[in-house]
Write a protein that binds this ligand. Sequence first.
Ligand code: ATP
Length: 240
Amino acid sequence: RSDEPMLSVRGVKTFYGNIMALKGVDVDVYKGEIVTLIGSNGAGKSTLMMTIFGQPRPREGTIVYEGRDITKVPTHEIAQLKIAQSPEGRRIFPRMTVFENLQMGAAVDGFAHFDEDLQKVFTLFPRLKERITQRGGTLSGGEQQMLAIGRALMSRPRLLMLDEPSLGLAPLIVRQIFDAIRELNRTEGLTVFLVEQNAFHALKLAHRGYVLVNGLVTLSGQGKELLERPEVRAAYLEGG
Ligand code: ATP
């Protein structure tokens, strides 16, 4: 891997009013890696993801992406830097068709590779091709998740950030989605930052992982190493 991280989060503190949701977080993502951030409900995972996008802004700390300090860069400009986000709750356009949703993603890339990228998304998620004229809002949860990821991919991101893609989905669909992420990483070297409560799947997939507890990173290491750690097993894997 290269020396400089693609994304570097340093000492980030984010507040909601007087409540400190992130208490000085350090996270690095290197080009070509799948990195996961795991943690239980309310640990601050979504807050970190949103802070990277500038909403909300950190009160302290820095976020550097591809060598540029983006801590104070407006959110709409961050999207232009080829970071794509598939937020928790999916947020596809419910009244638009599958095709139109994918077009919206491609708009960020100026439709330069539309046909090629569309075929790629359909190869990855054949279900979307079958449902191309269906409105987003009528898709199943798993299909909406596929659409959200597909839409993000249509913008040709260099960094793909996913917030809990497995949320509320049946195990078979979770596997399909995680297989698709692995495939994109393996064949295209796509860099992925994955926020997940499903620690087992996430740590199996990721090269490296971070454990976030109550706004602080308490553990980090290789995905497979973390899977074996007793404290990770006790808190996130056993019975869960
Ligand atoms: P989950 O897995 O349940 O989505 P999470 O790890 O993503 O949890 P966050 O959503 O980042 O956690 O929330 C971190 C903390 O910040 C929680 O205590 C939450 O209640 C609080 N919080 C999140 N958003 C807001 C907000 N807009 N206003 C006030 N507090 C908030």
